[in-house]
Structures are given as structure tokens and as C-alpha cells.
Ligand binder design. Structure first.
Ligand code: KG4
Ligand code: ZN
Length: 349
């Protein structure tokens, strides 16, 4: 491992992601970059329940992960003995789902006699833009918006994260998903609601922007579903009305996210914003942010669309950085449902 610190030394990692309802595997090489990434989404499995069923998720990861490992190694043209380390998502996430990836990763690492590292899922999201040809410089502000989290984070470097603000209740993705459900849209609701919103008329409805008029960088989205429920009771919910409501929901969420992200740039005096997590795929958010950051002379960076949502390439980026810094753990198979991001060890290499 010591040699790995020196530039030019070959280093190739296999990465596994299984924190929720996506089974994913990637191979990343320190010099050649991303060699393969494979993903199986369980979305069809969970759709009839209207959300992720943890036990079903775990069982499906068990079925999917090993074939995905084989497929990723094949498409990366890599033999197992050509790997130098293994990264896997240790948390936060569904504990059973995490354990399937952790157990497989640790077992492979043990069999191959290479180090393994448990990666923080949110660090993966934060570092996903580093996979792009034009990577964001440090320091920057990250807006991490997913189904489980809505956070503004000051990113001083890899491993140096300062939480600036987060949601007090529902995450932005959760707000999309819950209001989508009220509109009768299929799970997962975010993309479906965004699609419906594209047909809506601006301004037909207006929903609250909680905490926007108060100082600070916290969010609160739980009131939105109540407001939508209330609005839907007052009207005949025709397709046109549902589209208008979807437009107004998206507008409320997007305007709040944009305003707080700009406030965070202003308060930290940073000029670079990174947007990551599943909601980062939202087109309206991207358009509004592009205009807003240009206005203040800042720049915004995203991972490519497929790396906004859960994937293993982002786990590989974080894992590779930490393994190269000499970090790895003992043989214990660990998974954590909760894991504060600012408790991560800093990167010293
Ligand atoms: O990061 P992610 O894949 O999983 C978590 O770690 O949570 O994010 C999933 C979330 C879901 O709430 C989904 O509805 C939302 O991201 N999402 C979107 C869009 N694409 C995914 N929300 C709004 N518009 C989209 N285009
Ligand atoms: Zn995620």
C-alpha cells in the first residue's frame, strides 16, 4: 500500500454500491480512469409497494451483485488479481442492503489479499463530479439533494466537509416523491412529477417556500405535501390541473434550493457550486441554477446525469482516494444506517 502513494504506481479498484434500491459495481483505475460501471435498478420490484421495501432490496442485492461484479470486470478487461483494492458503501442507508455489499466486498478483498474500505455514500455523491473531464476545483459549496438528504456542504477538499445547513424534515427528493404520490404518479415520483410539470401552466397554483424569508441555510419541505393535499381538495383534479399543481410543486422546491445555494455561496465567498444527488437530474433546477450562478459570477458543476442518482462509480472515486491515502479497515463487515459526514477522517495524502 505504501507504494500506492507514489504517482505512476498502478492502482485499480472495484467498487460496490448497495445502500438502497440500486445494485451497482464499477472499476476505476488511477491512471486510465473509469473502466466500467454496471447498475441494476430494483425500481420495478418496489413499484407496486409505492416505495422501497428493505427486506426485498437486500434479497435482490444478494441476487444481483456478484453477476454485476463479473460483468464489470469483464467490461473493464480486468482479472480479479489485477485489482489493488475494493471499496463498498458502508453507510448511511438500509442496514440489510448495506450488509450485502459489505459482506461481498470484504470477502473478495480477503480472498484476493487486497485492502478494502467502507465508503460514506454521501462522500460518493459529493465526489461524483470528479469523474467528469472538467472537474470542479476546491474549495466549493455542494448542494446535495437526494431522496434521503438535502444539505449544503462546504467542501474544502476530499474528506474535509463542513455542514452549512440541511433539511429539518423531508428531503427535496422525498418532497418530490410524496407530492407525486398525491398526484397519482408512479414511484419513484421525482422524474414523473418533473415530466408532468413540463405540461403545467406557470402560476396557476402557488405553494409555500418554507424558511426562505428567514436567515440561515436550513430547509423544510414537509409542509409541501399538506399544501398540495389541501389544494387538490379544492378543485376537480383533471389532467390539466394535476399538471398545474406539479409545475407549482417543482417551482417551490427549485426556487428554495436555488435561493439557499446562492446564499451559501455568498456566506462562504466561494465561487463554485457543485450539485449532486438524484434531484440534481432535475432539468428545471439546472436551468434556474445556471441563470442564478451566472448572475453572481459563479460556476456550477454537476456529475453526468447517470452519476447524479446512486451508482458505484462515485463510490470508486471516494474509495480510490482513501485507499491511496493509506486508509483501509480491518476484516470486520461493517454497515451503518446513520453516519455523520463530518466525522469522516480527513485525507492526509
Ligand atoms: O441520489 P438518489 O438516487 O438516491 C438517494 O440516495 O436518495 O436520489 C433519488 C431521488 C428520488 O427522490 C427521486 O425522485 C429524485 O432523486 N429524482 C428527481 C429526478 N430524478 C431523480 N427529482 C426530481 N426531478 C428529477 N428529474
Ligand atoms: Zn444516494
Amino acid at each position: 500500500m505504501q507504494n500506492a502513494k507514489y504517482p505512476g504506481t498502478p492502482f485499480r479498484v472495484l467498487a460496490l454500491e448497495s445502500s438502497c434500491d440500486e445494485s451497482a459495481v464499477a472499476v476505476l483505475d488511477r491512471e486510465a480512469g473509469l473502466l466500467a460501471h454496471e447498475l441494476y435498478s430494483q425500481v420495478d420490484l418496489h413499484r407496486i409497494y409505492g416505495g422501497v421495501v428493505p427486506e426485498l432490496a437486500s434479497r435482490d442485492h444478494v441476487r444481483r451483485l456478484l453477476p454485476l461484479v463479473e460483468a464489470a470486470l469483464r467490461s473493464a478487461d480486468t482479472r480479479p488479481d489485477e485489482l489493488h483494492g475494493i471499496a463498498y458503501t458502508e453507510g448511511p442507508g438500509l442496514i440489510g442492503a448495506l450488509l450485502t455489499g459489505a459482506a461481498l466486498a470484504r470477502s473478495l478483498a480477503y480472498a484476493l489479499r487486497i485492502p478494502a474500505i467502507g465508503v460514506h455514500h454521501l462522500e460518493g455523491h459529493l465526489l461524483a463530479p470528479l469523474l467528469e473531464p472538467e472537474a470542479p476545483p476546491f474549495p466549493h459549496v455542494a448542494l446535495l439533494v437526494s431522496g434521503g438528504h438535502t444539505m449544503l456542504i462546504e467542501v474544502l477538499g476530499i474528506g474535509a466537509y463542513r455542514l452549512l445547513g440541511q433539511t429539518r424534515d423531508d428531503a427535496a427528493g422525498e418532497a418530490f416523491d410524496k407530492t407525486a404520490k398525491l398526484l397519482g404518479l408512479p414511484y419513484p415520483g421525482g422524474p414523473a412529477l418533473a415530466q408532468l410539470a413540463a405540461q403545467g401552466r406557470p402560476g396557476a397554483f402557488r405553494f409555500p417556500r418554507p424558511m426562505l424569508d428567514r436567515p440561515g441555510l436550513e430547509f423544510s419541505f414537509s409542509g409541501l405535501k399538506t399544501a398540495v393535499l389541501h389544494a387538490l381538495k379544492q378543485v376537480e383534479p383533471t389532467d390539466a390541473v394535476r399538471a398545474d399543481v406539479a409545475w407549482a410543486v417543482q417551482d417551490a422546491i427549485v426556487e428554495t434550493l436555488v435561493a439557499k445555494a446562492l446564499r451559501a455561496l455568498d456566506e462562504t465567498a466561494h465561487q463554485v457550486l457543485v450539485v449532486c444527488g438524484g434531484v440534481g437530474a432535475n432539468r428545471a433546477l439546472r436551468e434556474r441554477l445556471a441563470a442564478a450562478v451566472a448572475d453572481v459570477g459563479a460556476r456550477v458543476y454537476y456529475p453526468r446525469m447517470e452519476f447524479c442518482t446512486d451508482n458505484a462509480a462515485m463510490i470508486a472515486v471516494a474509495g480510490l482516494a482513501r485507499l491511496l491515502a493509506g486508509q483501509h479497515a480491518d476484516l470486520a463487515i461493517r454497515a451503518r444506517a446513520q453516519w455523520p459526514l463530518d466525522s469522516l477522517p480527513a485525507l492526509t495524502a
